[in-house]
Design a protein around this ligand. Sequence first.
Ligand code: BEZ
Length: 401
Amino acid sequence: MPSHPILLSAPLLVTRRVQAVVAAIALLSVGAAGAQSAGAPVKVGLMLPATGTYASLGTMIENGFKLYVAEQGGKLAGREIQYFRVDDESEPAKATENVNKLVKRDQVDVLVGSVHSGVALGMAKVARDTGTLMIVPNAGADALTGAMCAKNIFRTSFTNWQPAYAMGKVVAERSHKTAMTITWNYAAGLESAKGFVDGFEKGGGKVTQNLTLPFPNVEFQALLTQIAAQKPDAVYAFFAGGGAVKFVKDYAAAGLNKTIPLYGPGFLTDGTLEAQGDAAQGMLTTLHYADNLNTPRDNAFRLNFAKTYKVNADVYAVQGYDAAQLLAVGLKAAGGDIKNMEKVIAGMSSAQIDSPRGKFSLSAGHNPIQDIYLRQVKGKNNELKGMAIKALADPGKGCKM
Ligand code: BEZ
């Protein structure tokens, strides 16, 4: 049988040609979209306080994050970084609405935030529900890397327990027998006070009373009167930002610093010394950073930070810088593809971060295992006095992944 070419009628031929052109256009646009997402910027959602008592902490974190990105030539693992920002006002009641602006409206690839534990807990719930990658650059809420831990949630700062427990140990070693705690009545303050009690009572001390006032109140007078009346051997206080400035000054103005030594986690004197002046001199605090670590890594970081922002770096700047470092590790592990969450998460989970604070790795719950330093205020610096606890890991209670 002779073979015949298949003959198509004219209208059918036109239809087939149109279909072929449509298919080609579709293919081209899929290719373009793929290429675009491979080269598209990584969207970073910064949810930090820009107003209120923690505003300066938010600025330092953002500057630290951006400094690391700038040091890499503006790209992480070959990808441009695009920033989206929300002022969370350190207001837990607005956390869900605020984080949804970043997740749903802006469709960010990664959330970075926040400072306030209550806000971060609200963010983490949305991050868990939506599977959005989240890096906490400050908030210490124990549950974030404990009972609420998740594969996609990481922290580059601390748990509230870590520096507090270390301070409890130090205060007991300084032969104080009784102590009172004073703090804001929210997760960070309460967990910090609890961490101090753990360390202090394990060392043989006794906490006689825990005093609180609502966040972010700074009317300390009535509570200072109670401290003066009870005369404990020592006081442990958790406050930060503007509240820490006011508390340390009020404590000194009441003359209490002459008779009852005041201790705290380093937040009490980090980023605050300029404003606290004489009132803070000589104070001992514990933290995962100090102003004169004097390592080549830290010196280079501090020099570049000071040159860029015209202020000295503090712990918040370090935590922001390390959030960007951690993201870079994850992106590298995924060949720059932020959508490849499995590889991003695997890379971040096993990261060894060369931090200005010293090298650290992450616990199973994704919290830094880190040295806690004892520091003393001298002039405008929190100077290193010694090691309070080496490579301290938070117990990560209740974390199951
Ligand atoms: C917190 O809310 O977790 C927090 C805020 C400021 C400094 C340290 C911890």
